[in-house]
Design a binder for this molecule. Sequence first.
Ligand SMILES: Cc1ncc(C[n+]2csc(CCOP(=O)(O)OP(=O)(O)O)c2C)c(N)n1
Ligand SMILES: [Mg+2]
Length: 382
Amino acid sequence: MPSQTIQTSAVRGTPDPTSSSRAVPPARIDLGEIDDLRVLDENGEVNEALDPGLPDDELLRVYRAMVLTRKFDIRMLNMQRQGEMGTFAPGFGQEATQIGQVYPLAQRDWYSPSYRSFGAQIWRGWPMDQLFLLWDGFFEGFAPPPDVNDLPFSIVIGSHVPLAVGIAMGIRKKGVEDAVVVCNFGDGASSQGIVSESMNFAAVFKAPCVFVVENNGWAISTKLEQQSGVTELARRGPAFGVPSVRVDGNDILGMIAASTRAVEHARAGHGPYLIEAVTYRMGVHTTADDPKVYRSDDEVRAWEGKCPIRRMERHLTERGLLDAETIETIGTACEQEVLAARESFRKRAIARPEEIFDFVYEELPPELAAQRDEYLRRLGRA
Ligand SMILES: Cc1ncc(C[n+]2csc(CCOP(=O)(O)OP(=O)(O)O)c2C)c(N)n1
Ligand SMILES: [Mg+2]
């Protein structure tokens, strides 16, 4: 990405000695150079010089992970529309961003995600039946599985970013291992003050934390341009002293190259790194949203041609690793895996309505105890 300058308009209230109508000359802000990264273009062509060079079985593994993510996504949306699932945040279109950001992590590393991250969570080892439980409101869905060093995701946007930096500081202070933390958040979250504070703190104290801002252009119905003075969000990093890269988030190989570079940097003790993954949310913000109200069909159509899965399919077909039959076989196997998880979820999803009284007070106040008794009577359970 070339150096960019912004011209500011005249500063309001600046005294002009010669004329009240003459504006002061606009100030220029030099935003400096930022790396722009794309390995796999929309036609499936690879830039050999930047290719992270994954072996064939790994290429197929990341392709399959993206397909599984999409199958899970579509199934969960159908379940929600049929009344079997709670409100959730689909990730349709952001599969490469998801898988790419956690690809270089080892088991000892940590992941602190926001809510649109089930693709990465599945890659990290979260069973899909547990993720179904989670989105259907069962609290046991939230607990990270044993041996998975993840935090439960955050819905309060930006709130999990300082926690990620805190974990990274803990790793650094203990000084016993070279683990790193990856933390993702959206373009909207990036405007929260706590995200800036976290990046600054991480830079000063060299916390081994990789920040991934998933720039999908929208924070619900708020366009990026309406909430950020700089729309290439990677440009924020250098101001904090955080090396940064802007990557095509629909390019799985670009994402893997960027996150590998960032994780190696943090692991080597050089401190944090910022990845801006430029992507697009193809579907609804959550199942409670209707994006037709605020964005055009043309905008969505323009992104259809950038589909991360289609692009990888073209590339792997060109390499002789996929053909129509294997694409079909992988798709069917992923679908079967999701359906098996749904069966397991259905067995476990036994609602316990009385629980709503259980977790606020250690000892229930008398008026709530009375309400509980009445509620249970009405449910026919007492
Ligand atoms: C602190 C806070 N304010 C407002 C909300 C309501 N809210 C939920 S998602 C969202 C938009 C977030 O957009 P972005 O960070 O770009 O992530 P995306 O949903 O696009 O992945 C908002 C405002 C919230 N969850 N937390
Ligand atoms: Mg967004």
